[in-house]
Design a protein around this ligand. Sequence first.
Ligand code: ADP
Ligand code: ASP
Ligand code: MG
Length: 422
Amino acid sequence: MPLIVHKYGGTSMGSPERIRNVAKRVAKWARAGHQMVVVPSAMSGETNRLLALAKELAPSRTSPAYNRELDMLAATGEQASSALLAIALQAEGMESVSYAGWQVPIRTDSSYTKARIESIDDQRVRADLNAGKVVIVTGFQGIDEQGHITTLGRGGSDTSAVAVAAAMKADECLIYTDVDGVYTTDPRVAPAARRLTTVSFEEMLEMASLGSKVLQIRSVEFAGKYKVPMRVLSSFTPWDIDIHEEAKSGTLITFEEDEKMEQAVVSGIAFNRDEAKISVLGVPDTPGIAYRILGPVADANIEVDVIIQNLSKDGKTDFSFTVHRNDHARTIELLKDKVLPALGAQEVVGDAKICKVSIVGIGMRSHVGVASTMFRTLSEEGINIQMISTSEIKTSVVIDEKYLELAVRALHTAFDLDKPAE
Ligand code: ADP
Ligand code: ASP
Ligand code: MG
């Protein structure tokens, strides 16, 4: 009997009515002869609500002890929706049981709020499947070696689902969400965005890492590592649509080498509002500058993304880089305390009102002039580029966040993504 993993996001689980719909859909798949494992997210808004409560009590705390409690707290959202889904399935006449991460167990490292899955024991789940039950595995959470509850980072239920599918060698992992697939860009920002029927694993990985929140990047990494067949599709179709039609809908992530997303040079546009820029001004332009600035940043476990060093003038230069917005204040503080005095630099300035916009496409490997089309398009819109970063299949620019929508829409048109695929 084929084994299928379904994952339902927060909006799909957003009300008792929607949970009932999910249960009906899952029951349809089970009755059609599939073993079913279902991974639900917390009901929409619940994780934000819980984390906001913690913030109210301790506005600017960060420590391992605090993060441990955040995970205790946030994990309850998924636990509730898992039990509700099992109840709804039972009401549909299906035998069903839900398990929290620790009951499976899903083992992770101890990086609270962004833990990584290390292993999944599939025995318990498999025994229930063989006994004819639909098994609900709670998303977003796991347990570390010391028995502490961990969570996998925002959007982490995607990763739970793909990891469970990999561990159980499932025939397919279906990610049900509030859009009907992966689009050329976020349809909320560019209404002209189009659904892709397939997207290559490499492009999906790049888009997720550059900010497309439709899939958490680690879920794509898992899918690539274990070759998990994976599809993104809508949970808002009628639950009783023909199962064969449903199984072919949405966007399939493909693994074939050289398979291009619908033969476009640029296949998608991603953006990220979560970064902030930091500039160290008036740095003496001597060897070792990058190391002396970024070494302490790395030691503080702060991830750096785009980096730029200006030409020097009178032996001095400016050095800028981006970090996650959550790390912005901490990085400035660290540089002021530890780096500025030792370097003899003049000033550290931060800018949180930036965003990163990226074009992605395997076709960029074999085409020249793609980046220059991007720069021309932005200049025609009067958008100043503050930083640039490129790799084989992407070009990213850092711009003022007020131009985000304008930039995404203009690039979407410039790279012919508005037109239906031939
Ligand atoms: P879920 O709760 O189901 O996990 P998410 O909100 O995490 O849903 O992801 C779905 C959302 O991702 C969509 O509503 C859409 O706004 C956004 N999104 C961003 N980039 C894309 C893209 N390229 N294609 C489709 N959706 C995208
Ligand atoms: N509930 C978690 C979040 O909001 C995980 C998820 O939805 O995937 O980030
Ligand atoms: Mg999500």
